[in-house]
Design a binder for this molecule. Structure first.
Ligand SMILES: O=C(CO)[C@@H](O)[C@H](O)COP(=O)(O)O
Ligand SMILES: [Co+2]
Length: 228
């Protein structure tokens, strides 16, 4: 068991006019990484930002923060090189968005970024399994992608449970509606990379929320390790 609990605030619902400052604030509050949601208006019915903004963030924030790019885009192949050049660390594409996941995984790896592979709520976790040995992280969406502030879908937890049972060392990320009310379910199921947007951004005390999420997740990892 080699994974640890990591908390990645999603800056989707932050004050986007001050994106650099919002990212710095999250890192100062104890975030382990930053989850950056890229939406193209095709794969999801919303638009956010692309690699030029990521490049500015990297210049603004320096080399330290780990950028986990959640690519909610129809043609993920198109943005691998631009995102790598902009300073992204991990490129998480959606299984539903490509006909050739194997080639894309190789391309991302070749670019120097880590590889994440995500599935929407309607996609079976067994569809992801053939690629699990080639990726760094599996992302199980716990809302329909496109918007922050939605309700956590508890019925996605069997996917996380199954992935953890099959791939004991894989980083497993959950994203959507995750906060103090839902973290126990995610942690018990076996998720270790926790994306949380509104619950952190809208809190008066984001540091405490980040710390609580990490503590719950760490305890679940320790318990699983003792149970083995
Ligand atoms: O990818 C997405 C939504 O598509 C997420 O990253 C959300 O932006 C997380 O925000 P909350 O659901 O935690 O408010
Ligand atoms: Co996301």
């Amino acid at each position: 068991m080699s994974y640890t609990a990591k908390i990645g605030p999603s800056i989707l619902n932050s004050d986007l006019a001050c994106l650099g400052a919002e990212c710095s604030r999250m890192m100062d509050c104890g975030a382990d990484y930053l989850h950056l949601d890229v939406m193209d208006g095709h794969f999801v019915p919303n638009i956010t930002f692309g690699h030029p903004v990521v490049e500015c963030l990297r210049k603004n924030l320096g080399p330290e923060p780990f950028f986990d790019m959640h690519m909610m885009v129809s043609r993920p192949e198109q943005w691998v090189q631009p995102m790598a050049a902009a300073g992204a660390n991990q490129y998480t594409f959606h299984l539903e968005a490509t006909t050739n996941p194997g080639a894309l995984i190789k391309d991302i790896r070749h670019s120097g970024m880590k590889v994440g592979l995500g599935i929407k709520p309607g996609t079976s976790v067994e569809d992801l399994a053939p690629w699990a040995g080639q990726i760094d992280m599996a992302l199980v969406m716990t809302v329909e992608p496109g918007f922050g502030g939605q309700k956590f879908m508890e019925d996605m937890m069997p996917k996380v449970n199954w992935l953890r049972s099959q791939f004991p060392s894989l980083d497993i990320e959950v994203d959507g509606g995750v906060g103090p009310d839902s973290i126990h379910k995610c942690a018990e199921a076996g998720a270790n990379m926790i994306v949380s947007g509104s619950a952190i951004m809208k809190s008066d005390d984001p540091r405490s929320v980040i710390s609580l999420l990490r503590n719950v997740c760490t305890e679940a990892i320790q318990k699983r390790s003792l149970d083995r």
